[in-house]
Design a protein around this ligand. Structure first.
Ligand SMILES: Nc1nc2c(ncn2[C@@H]2O[C@H](COP(=O)(O)OP(=O)(O)O)[C@@H](O)[C@H]2O)c(=O)[nH]1
Ligand SMILES: [Mg+2]
Length: 254
């Protein structure tokens, strides 16, 4: 397909592409995503869907990808469809190709009910937010039950990205000092669910307690009290509890 720019004909082609996006047509979704990534004039401001959009954020190495992988496995066993958008806002060098993630998520690549996409971002904040909003809305058009948006770290870019999701899951790990990083970046304020991962390691319970008390100190939202969970996603410990919390939050946000 030719590169889209403004003009009646390409606008018609764009609309046709949008209306062809379904779960059965992942290639059209992938093509539409590439187009919005490469042309900042193409925007999708809204999409009507029943998808729940969940952000997974937290410092590098805490286990975000492992968590997404565990969630996919559990949700697929309940016949749910899932899209994963992996966002790399910080690294223009990697071009969004998160190799480790691709390998780990690889076992789901042949499953038509699982759509996985790494997003190449140009590394500047305004561009990223605009692009991610459109990409999420395109993915919503395909009607997945759950859309997970995984970020790379904790910083201002992550906070920006989390504006476009309904449910924010903040992943932490014991003894990594990521709680401090998260609070600096403002991640604690936006988290709906906090997962202290790697509970098979020392210090997880203590981290969860510390986190709970610092959350109690901050202002309470009107209809949702943030939940703190312990889990070991690599060992599938706490996955069902995490899914319950995500669903509960989704119900409240409806
Ligand atoms: N001990 C332990 N290690 C884990 C657990 N979950 C993930 N890991 C490990 O932590 C490392 C980082 O995981 P990854 O999911 O790539 O983290 P991400 O950078 O936040 O996406 C990997 O070596 C995982 O095997 C867990 O529950 N327990
Ligand atoms: Mg990751």
């Amino acid at each position: 397909m030719s590169h889209m720019s403004s003009g009646a004909n390409s606008e018609q082609q764009w609309q046709e592409l949008l209306s062809s996006i379904t779960r059965a047509n992942p290639r059209d979704l992938a093509r539409a995503i590439s187009l919005v990534e490469n042309d900042s004039t193409l925007k999708v401001h809204s999409a009507v869907s029943n998808s729940q959009v969940i952000g997974i954020t937290g410092a590098p190495g805490v286990g975000k990808s492992t968590t997404v992988n565990a969630l996919i496995a559990a949700l697929r066993s309940h016949n749910k469809s899932i899209a994963v958008l992996a966002v790399d806002p910080s690294s223009p060098i990697s071009g969004g190709a998160l190799l480790g993630d691709r390998i780990r998520l690889g076992e789901h690549f042949l499953d038509p009910e699982v759509f996985i996409r790494s997003l190449a971002t140009r590394g500047h904040l305004g561009g990223l937010s605009a692009t991610i909003e459109s990409v999420i809305n395109l993915t919503k058009l395909a009607g997945f039950d759950y859309i997970f948006v995984e970020t790379v770290g904790v910083g201002q870019s992550e906070v920006e990205v989390m504006k476009y999701v309904q449910t924010v899951v903040v992943v932490m790990a014991p003894g990594m000092g990521d709680g401090i990083q998260a609070s600096k970046a403002g991640i604690l304020e936006i988290g709906d669910i906090f997962l202290v991962n790697k509970s098979d390691r020392d210090g997880a319970k203590e981290s969860a307690k510390e986190l709970e008390s610092s959350l109690h100190l901050s202002a309470k939202p009107l209809n949702w009290q943030p939940i703190v969970l312990l889990g070991a996603m690599e060992k599938s410990v706490g996955v069902d509890e995490l899914i319950s919390a995500i669903k509960k939050h989704g119900e409240i946000m409806k």
